[in-house]
Ligand binder design. Structure first.
Ligand code: CA
Length: 233
């Protein structure tokens, strides 16, 4: 039998946790609630949750700190529950590695739609991560094992770093990365390049994989943050 999916809900307001836990239960999730930063960081490694719902304003600190800590060791999907509609809050969350956010007050329906979308993406990521893999992008196929891009069976001329960037984004669909993060992940910690390097490579990749590079459907720009790879619906 398949193990029940577990959600770690980090939130101190019972008016939110109670209806939310009930609604998640109806959708087949087991929910554990942590009401403080300390409790969340203690529970997460024991629980190994499949999803974390994370409030920003907690009695002993900020949900952003929990997010940053979890990302040191885990790729668990994280949705931030932000109290204010402020763009700064949403961006900080995404920069720290959260996958998505909802703004309070949110409807349970909206949240469960976001959760389902997130699971679809993380399942796609697992499928993509299993080597050797051919990923079909419509116009071209990315051969992740063979490190090449193919069109109609022909290998395309390739900038190695551009391919590594594409492979990295493909393995982390739906996750937004800053230019600095991409420099670090793809070019390495010691790379003293400028973030413009990332833009140049993204531009080049779009020219190879997108039907219309001016209106990309795979590699999206997240204004003020960076880039994200999404599979077209
Ligand atoms: Ca709160």
């Amino acid at each position: 039998m398949q193990r029940k999916r577990t959600v770690l809900l980090v939130e101190d307001e019972p008016s939110i946790t109670e209806p939310l836990a009930e609604s998640l239960g109806r959708e087949g999730f087991e929910t554990k609630v942590a009401v403080t930063v300390a409790e969340a960081l203690e529970l997460a490694p024991q629980l190994q949750p499949d999803l974390v719902l994370l409030d920003v304003m907690l009695p002993d600190g900020s949900g952003f700190d929990v997010c940053r800590e979890l990302r040191q060791t885990s790729q668990v999907p994280i949705i931030m529950l932000t109290a204010r509609g402020e763009e700064a809050d949403r961006i900080v969350g995404l920069e720290l590695g959260a996958d998505d956010y909802v703004t309070k007050p949110f409807s349970l329906r909206e949240l469960s739609a976001r959760i389902r979308a997130l699971f679809r993406r993380s399942e796609a990521a697992v499928a993509v991560g299993a080597p050797p893999t051919m990923v079909d992008l419509g116009r071209v196929q990315a051969d992740l094992g063979g490190h090449r891009l193919l069109r109609d069976g022909t290998t395309l001329p390739l900038k190695p770093k551009a391919f590594e960037l594409l492979a990295f984004l493909l393995r982390n669909p739906g996750q937004v990365f800053t230019r600095d993060q991409l420099l670090e992940k793809v070019w390495g910690y010691d790379y003293a390049g400028e973030t413009r390097t990332v833009d140049v490579h993204v531009h080049w990749l779009r020219g190879q994989i997108e039907e219309d590079p001016g209106h990309p459907v795979f590699i999206h720009t997240v204004r003020g943050v960076g880039y994200v790879f999404r599979r077209p619906a």
